[in-house]
Design a protein. Structure first.
Length: 277
């Protein structure tokens, strides 16, 4: 009888210890009601915006982990291999071009902001001062070429082929170039601020996230800048089907909130413009 009682007590103790050691959390180290969300982002402004949103998301049961990237290639690779739940660094034309080139099948879960792209020059105060044969340095990302060329066309420096989708325009689509501008598109976008600071070329076209990260103010330092009606909205990108997950929807809702939009307007002074779509 004693032996049987000992076995019963021993079994009960083992079960109790096992129960104590078992976690019911959805993710290690978090509350059982907390959902872990890993989002990849460019350092500026994307990661800064996400940091501002982090405590708001925490109150809504989402533990946000931000992984920063300094290029435009790795965040999509990491999303495709499920190292990330979402990424926040790219505009819609770039997302579409990446899907086409690599077959990712990512979708836009929500547009968050626009970063007006700018033209910078150490040598000239305005675009009209650019001389014949001026050397313009730009990103080697073809997805950005239409954006840059459209800006130059809007400023009256070139004319693009009629009837084309200007978000997909390439240098070969320039049909009028009265100043015989020379386009040099052999550089990674992240290198352009340093190229500008080195005084290379006559003008450099720089994405605003890299400009801000390098200490430039796109509004004050550029000699021309895209207007706020740009179609290049930066989005939360996810794998197809994940756009309807509650945590992703909450992330987008928080980034669209008045608190975050006011933060963007106050911090970036027009160099980053919030959207709600």
């Amino acid at each position: 009888m004693k032996k049987w009682l000992t076995l019963v007590l021993t079994a009960a103790l083992v079960l109790a210890l096992a129960a104590c050691g078992k976690s019911t959390d959805k993710s290690e180290g978090t509350d059982s009601k907390t959902t872990k969300l890993v989002v990849g982002a460019s350092t500026v402004p994307h990661a800064e915006i996400l940091e501002k949103a982090k405590p708001i998301l925490k109150e809504k049961g989402i533990d946000l982990e931000i992984k920063t990237f300094t290029d435009y290639i790795l965040p999509n690779k990491a999303l495709s291999t499920k190292e990330l739940d979402a990424n926040y660094f790219q505009h819609i034309p770039y997302l579409e071009s990446q899907n086409k080139e690599f077959g990712y099948g990512f979708v836009n879960a929500g547009g968050i902001h626009i970063e007006p792209i700018g033209i910078y020059s150490k040598k000239y105060k305005k675009l009209s001062d650019l001389p014949t044969g001026a050397h313009l340095i730009m990103s080697n990302s073809v997805a950005d070429h239409g954006r840059l060329l459209s800006l130059l066309e809007a400023q009256g420096l070139i004319k693009l082929k009629s009837g084309i989708d200007k978000t997909k325009a390439e240098i070969k689509d320039v049909v009028e170039n009265p100043k015989k501008l020379v386009f040099d598109a052999d550089y990674e976008a992240k290198l352009l601020p340093q190229i500008y600071k080195n005084g290379e070329g006559d003008a450099v076209l720089i994405n605003s996230n890299y400009a801000i990260d390098a200490g430039l103010n796109p509004i004050k330092d550029s000699i021309a800048i895209e207007d706020k009606n740009s179609p290049y909205v930066n989005v939360i990108a996810v794998r197809k089907g994940d756009e309807n997950k509650p945590a992703i929807k909450t992330l987008v809702d928080v980034l669209h909130s008045k608190e975050i939009q006011d933060f963007i307007l106050d911090k970036y002074k027009g160099a980053v413009v919030p959207v709600s779509k």
